[in-house]
Design a protein around this ligand. Structure first.
Ligand SMILES: [Ca+2]
Length: 493
C-alpha cells in the first residue's frame, strides 16, 4: 500500500548551475550575463549584520526575496550565472544555490474509505463514528486523557507539510487561519489557497492525527482542543527545498506557535555532504532556523524516517547520484538528517498495532527520543498480505477529485503527529513549559519498552529482497523506542 522506501533525488538534480551558460552565449555583450533564475541562500556571519550581504547581493545582480536577518540568512533569486562568485566577499560567510537540493516527500499512499464506510463516518452525532477503527488512540491513552482535557485553543501547532484542507469537515474548525502560510519558494504567502493542498494530502492526514475535531463526524485527533496552522513547505512536485524549510521554521517562530510537526526530512545522504561545499551552507541555514525557533519557545518534533536505517551508526549510501553510475559512499557523522538529528529536536520512531517497531521505521540509540503509532500493514501477516486497518486512519483530501474524506496511511510521518499531539496536550496542561522542559517531560512520561532480543526480523516471509532486519541497542532507553511510547494521559493527569 505504500512506497516506504526513501526515494532517491529525482530530476531536480539536473537543474544545475550550468544551465545559465546558454543564456550567457546569447546575451548582448553590453548587458550583464543572465540565464534562468535560481534560488540562493546567502549567509551573513552568525550574529553579525546582513547589511553588507544585502549590498553585495544587489551588486551581484541578485534580488532579496526574503530577509531572515534574525539568523543572518537571505533568500535570493538571481539570473547571474556567476552569482556565487560575484556575491562572495566581506559580509558574506557563504552562499549556495539550492537547485537540486530539494528532498522528496516520502508520502506513502492513501487508502481511502469506501463509499459505505464514508456513510458511516457522518452517522453518529454523539461520538466520533470512526473512533473504533483508531487503534492508535487507545494505544497512547487518548480516551483517558480526553476525560481530563482535549487541549487548549491557545496552543497552536505548526504543521510543516503539504498544506491542510481548510474545507475538511473534521478540520475546518481546527485551523488557525491567520497563522497559516505557504513557504514555497522561501517567502510566506498567507492566502488561503496557497496553504491548501495541491498535489498531496500528506499534511491533511498529519493535521487530523494532531487535532481532528470532536464533532460527531469522522475521527478524533490526539488533541482536538488545540489548533493547527498550515505551513506549507512541500511544493507541487513533492519537494521540500531548504529555503521553504527555513521560511517554515521562521514563520512558526514569529507567529506564536509552540510546536512544529515535521513529518519529512531534508536529507543530505543522497549526496556526499562531507565534501560538498555547496550543501554545507544550506544545512547551516536550516540549523540556524531551527535553533532560532527553539529560542522562541518552539519545540520541533520530527519523524525518524522510513528506511529502517540505524541512524546512530555509519553506513554506506549506494543510491546516489541518480544521474549516473551509483557509487557507494561512506556517510559520516558530519552529515545529519535534518530536522531529526538537529539538537533539541524530538525524534519519533514508529510502531504498529502490536506495539513492536514498524518494519520500515528508522532507529538508533541516542537518535530516537520516543516512539508512537505509525502503523505496520505487514507485521501481523508476516508480510504475506497488507492489512490496511493496521495503518493509521485520519483525514484525507483527494487531490484528483478535490474532495475531503478519511483514509489510511502509515509511516513515521504518521507517528510524529501522535507525539506532537501529546506534546500539545502537555502544553495545554502545563503552559509555562519551555521547549526543553516539554521535550524532557515527553520522554519522562513515555512508557518504556524493552529491546527485542537478538536480531529483529519483522517480516521474514516478505517476498522481497529488502532487508528489514534490525538490531536494537540500549536498555530502558533504546534505539528502537527511545524513552518509550508517548502517553497522552501521563502528560495531563
Ligand atoms: Ca471528528
Amino acid at each position: 500500500m505504500k512506497k516506504l522506501h526513501r526515494k532517491a533525488f529525482a530530476t531536480a538534480a539536473a537543474v544545475a548551475l550550468g544551465a545559465g551558460v546558454a543564456g550567457v552565449a546569447t546575451t548582448p555583450a553590453t548587458a550583464s550575463a543572465t540565464g534562468p533564475e535560481s534560488t540562493f541562500l546567502v549567509l551573513a556571519p552568525q550574529g553579525g549584520t546582513v547589511d553588507r550581504a544585502v549590498a553585495r547581493v544587489a551588486a551581484a545582480d541578485g534580488r532579496v526575496l526574503a530577509d531572515y536577518r534574525q539568523i543572518g540568512v537571505l533568500v535570493v533569486r538571481s539570473a547571474n550565472p556567476d552569482f556565487v562568485v560575484d556575491v562572495a566577499g566581506a559580509g558574506v560567510e557563504s552562499v549556495a544555490s539550492t537547485a537540486g537540493l530539494g528532498s522528496v516527500l516520502n508520502e506513502g499512499d492513501t487508502v481511502e474509505l469506501t463509499e459505505a464506510e464514508l456513510a458511516e463516518a457522518v452517522g453518529d452525532p454523539t461520538g466520533e463514528p470512526l473512533f473504533g477503527q483508531q487503534w492508535d488512540m487507545p494505544m497512547i491513552d487518548v480516551p483517558r486523557a480526553h476525560a481530563v482535557t482535549t487541549g487548549s485553543a491557545d496552543v497552536v501547532v505548526g504543521v510543516l507539510d503539504s498544506g491542510i484542507s481548510s474545507s475538511h469537515p473534521d478540520l475546518t474548525t481546527q485551523i488557525a487561519r491567520d497563522q497559516s502560510a505557504s513557504c514555497i519558494g522561501g517567502v510566506a504567502d498567507t492566502t488561503e489557497a496557497a496553504w491548501n493542498p495541491t498535489t498531496s494530502d500528506h499534511g491533511t492526514h498529519v493535521a487530523g492525527t494532531i487535532a481532528a475535531a470532536l464533532n460527531g463526524v469522522g475521527v478524533a485527533g490526539v488533541a482536538p482542543g488545540v489548533r493547527v496552522a498550515a505551513v506549507k513547505v512541500v511544493d507541487n512536485e513533492g519537494y521540500i527545498y531548504p529555503e521553504a524549510a527555513v521560511c517554515g521554521f521562521m514563520w512558526a517562530a514569529e507567529h506564536g506557535m509552540r510546536l512544529t510537526n515535521n513529518s519529512y526530512y531534508i536529507d543530505p545522504w543522497e549526496l556526499n555532504c562531507r565534501n560538498d561545499a555547496r550543501q554545507r551552507p544550506v544545512w547551516q541555514a536550516v540549523q540556524r532556523a531551527i535553533r532560532y525557533s527553539q529560542g522562541k519557545g518552539v519545540l520541533t518534533v520530527a519523524s525518524a524516517g522510513n528506511s529502517n536505517y540505524d541512524l546512530a551508526h555509519k553506513f554506506t549510501d549506494s543510491g546516489s547520484p541518480n544521474n549516473g553510475t551509483p557509487e557507494v559512499r561512506e556517510i559520516n557523522g558530519a552529515c545529519l538528517v535534518l530536522p531529526a538529528q538537529a539538537p533539541g529536536v524530538v525524534t519519533v520512531a514508529a510502531v504498529g498495532p502490536t506495539g513492536q517497531k514498524s518494519y520500515y521505521s528508522s532507529y538508533g540509540q541516542g537518535v530516537v527520543d520516543v516512539t508512537a503509532p505509525g502503523g505496520d500493514s505487514r507485521i501481523r501477516t508476516q508480510g504475506r498480505t497488507s492489512t490496511t486497518v493496521d495503518a493509521i486512519l485520519s483525514t484525507t483530501f483527494n487531490t484528483v477529485t478535490r474532495t475531503n474524506g478519511w483514509g489510511w496511511k502509515q509511516g513515521t510521518s504518521m507517528s510524529g503527529p501522535h507525539a506532537t499531539g501529546v506534546a500539545a496536550l502537555a502544553l495545554s496542561a502545563h503552559p509555562g513549559m519551555t521547549a526543553g522542559q516539554l521535550s524532557a517531560f515527553l520522554e519522562r512520561t513515555a512508557v518504556s519498552q524493552p529491546c527485542p532480543a537478538g536480531v529483529y526480523d519483522p517480516v521474514p516471509l516478505l517476498p522481497s529482497t529488502a532487508d528489514y532486519t534490525a538490531t536494537c541497542q540500549g536498555g530502558a532507553r533504546n534505539g528502537f523506542y527511545g524513552a518509550g511510547m508517548v502517553n497522552a494521559y501521563n502528560v495531563v493527569k
